[in-house]
Design a protein around this ligand. Structure first.
Ligand code: GLA
Ligand code: ZN
Length: 666
């Protein structure tokens, strides 16, 4: 377990480097990340490459034993390049180029941009690939950040036409698969196929894109795949010269609410994954369960230790700032990452930059570069990490509960929202939260993934699933698994068309139910009474008819009062629960407890709000992290005797934690 900092030597006078390096060593900062936006330094003019500036910095920090994460600078193509080749620009949905002046102004399908990227990445990899200071590589930066996954330029149009031609082979097949007979959209050839730029109905009257849902979903898949193939080009260029591991920094699903990249697929091409964790900033304050859920998502993409590549380390924002992290929070956030499976945490950034867009984005140090209370706090964490690393290898929670996350489903839900207020990501979080509260780790899985390690699996709004995914889920149940399927699951084919089977289509037999009537909860709510207790639905109510399932709950008002909302069906050696509605948070908690009981997962009876409890293991020893996110002291009951690793004390029965304090217990 290590700490690092994002550091940009080119932002500072060289005379300052020594002070920075000394301070890093003192704080146990073991690595620095560099160069992700430095293209115009690497290649100041077309074909003229300069590396002296970086050679000097890498050698300098090597003297201090500080390792380097070296980034490919493809997120900021220089001005000369876009002037020479304006077709690098990405086009927005109205067909207007996203111009120079910020960053990310490139189309992933520009052959010229890709070629220039490949050449530069090879040169960088050749030069530094075997440097003893090199720890690892980062490709690009926050792929897809600021809505840059989907580009609407002509290059993308041509490649999309090829993509659908490959997929559908004949135009008739595409027309049938898309249902283009609706609204006279029949194509005569693949050259006619559009990319979904803003059409006449875009956003004007109906707050939707209005385009053909099958075409939209394919375009979203194509866009995600374009970024994956771009990634592969950079990775291959690196691997030609270096055997150091390659990563990229993902975005949190929540504050930025999904980038449009299938992160499961993207993660396959990288050696490990990292993410950028901003918790309280200009654009929002993340809830504790949201941060935990995001850590779990990132851990889940590869089911292996991950990094935080940018951990917030000061007050931050571009034009306005969020609050200064209260004393204790930087430490707490770091441990929350470690407990949830991160083995390296890198702070963004070492020192606040006096110029540029992010002048207000504070790092560990302020603009003056002097030690401050944030630096002292991180130095404390650095010391503790040293100690912890002697006891444990990388720690991972071992989840027995899983939530299926499908990017196809996410995109489908984003195309047609079902009802005001529905949000796939929020629904997954509603399922995640009670487990977070109870200190029970949860993994996210894709539908085709091996489920045999889990005692309880949730499929919330899994609107579409392919044949393999369906078989996989069925076999999990048949072998004794417990599965919960929710409303809006199994109702579409992989082309984003409605199935004509009775709802829940794909899962009807498995769940032993049929839905002949459903009621989107538009400006209304419906109460339920079920085996787990009472609750309120405010998004959706499926009125369930039983085929082979048993009713475990009913609606208590509206015209379907007395009819089923919650059922269970025995299938093979397992059970399938069907929940036809959403539930308020307190009912979700009761449901989670009910299902834990059925699945033999022990539940902590003494849950304390705002206290995050995570048990993790390095496969030899366990570590129990108890973290107080509250601004008040708490007393947490313990079920056995422990030693407190940070305080070197024996603990029995309870542990007292100050505001934002934590303990690691063995
Ligand atoms: C992102 C980027 C960083 C920086 C921070 C702060 O996470 O990766 O380069 O811009 O945001 O805005
Ligand atoms: Zn494009």
């Amino acid at each position: 377990m290590r700490l690092g900092a994002d550091y940009y030597p080119e932002h500072w006078d060289k005379a300052r480097w020594k002070t920075d390096a000394d301070m890093m060593v003192n704080a146990n900062i073991k690595l620095i990340r560099m160069a992700e936006f430095a293209w115009s330094l690497f290649e100041p003019e077309d074909g003229r490459y300069e590396f002296d500036w970086l050679d000097e910095a890498i050698e300098f920090f090597a003297e201090y034993g500080i390792k380097i994460v070296l980034c490919t600078p493809s997120a900021t193509p220089p001005k000369w390049m876009v002037d020479k080749h304006p077709d690098i620009y990405q086009d927005d949905i109205h067909g207007n180029p996203k111009l120079f002046g910020t960053r990310k102004h490139y189309c992933f399908n520009s052959d010229y941009y890709r070629e220039k990227t490949r050449i530069l990445v090879e040169k960088i990899a050749e030069r530094y690939g075997n440097h003893p200071s090199l720890d690892s590589w980062q490709v690009d930066n926050e792929l897809g950040w600021a809505n840059t996954v989907r580009c609407y330029c002509d290059k993308c149009k041509k490649k999309f036409q090829l993509y659908v031609k490959n997929k559908y082979k004949t135009i008739d097949n595409l027309n049938k698969s898309y249902g283009t007979v609706f609204w006279s959209q029949i194509y005569n050839s693949f050259d006619e196929v559009i990319i979904p730029r803003a059409g006449a109905c875009y956003d004007t009257c109906h707050n939707t894109q209005g385009q053909n849902p099958s075409l939209l979903l394919d375009f979203y898949r194509f866009s995600s795949d374009s970024i994956i193939s771009f990634s592969e080009e950079s990775i291959n260029a690196i691997k030609k010269y270096s055997d150091k591991p390659v990563t990229t920094n993902l975005l949190d699903a929540s504050v930025n609410s999904g980038t449009g990249i299938d992160y499961f697929k993207l993660s396959e091409v990288y050696d490990f994954v990292t993410w950028d964790n901003y918790i309280e900033f200009q654009w929002g304050i993340a809830k504790n369960e949201t941060v935990s859920k995001d850590h779990s998502l990132i851990r889940s993409y590869k089911k292996q230790p991950f990094w935080v590549m940018e951990q917030q380390s000061g007050p931050c924002g571009w034009s306005k700032m969020g609050p200064a992290p209260t004393p204790g929070k930087l430490r707490l956030w770091t441990y929350s990452a470690v407990a949830n499976g991160a083995d390296t945490v890198v702070y963004f950034r070492w020192r606040a930059c006096p110029f540029g867009t992010e002048e207000y984005w504070h790092g560990i140090l302020g603009h003056d570069g002097k030690p401050n209370r944030r630096y002292d706090e991180i130095a404390q964490v650095g010391k503790e990490m040293e100690k912890l690393s002697k006891i444990y290898g990388p720690l991972q929670p071992k989840a027995r509960v899983a939530i299926i996350k499908s990017f196809d489903s996410e995109w489908s839900h984003s195309i047609h929202q079902h009802v005001e207020g529905f949000d796939y990501d929020a629904l997954l979080e509603a399922y995640y939260k009670p487990f977070f509260d109870m200190g029970i780790p949860v993994d996210f899985v894709y539908p085709e993934e091996d489920l045999s390690n889990y005692n309880l699996v949730f499929a919330p709004a899994l609107i579409m699933v392919n044949e393999n995914g369906k078989k996989n889920i069925e076999s999990y149940v048949n072998k004794g698994g417990k599965l919960l399927v929710s409303f809006r699951s199994g109702i579409k084919d992989m082309n984003n068309n409605m199935l004509m089977e009775t709802v829940p289509g794909v899962f009807s037999d498995l769940a032993g139910v049929e839905i002949h009537d459903y009621d989107p909860q538009f400006q209304k709510e419906t109460k339920v009474s079920a085996s787990f207790g009472e609750g309120v639905a405010s998004l959706w109510c499926d009125v369930i008819s039983l085929t082979t399932a048993k009713s475990l709950g009913v609606y208590v008002n509206d015209y379907y009062a007395g009819q089923s909302c919650f059922t269970v069906n025995n299938k093979g050696a397992g059970q399938v629960y069907y929940l036809g509605c959403d539930l308020d948070a307190s009912a979700m908690e009761k449901l989670a407890k009910y299902l834990c009981d059925k699945a033999g997962i022990p539940v902590n009876l003494y849950y304390i709000p705002g206290v995050e409890v995570v048990e993790a293991t390095d496969d030899k020893e366990n570590a129990l992290f108890v973290m107080n996110h509250n601004d008040y002291p708490v007393v947490v009951p313990l079920s056995k005797k422990y030693s407190d690793l940070l305080k070197d004390e024996k603990i029995e029965e309870v542990i007292h934690l100050a505001p934002y304090d934590l303990a690691i217990l063995k």
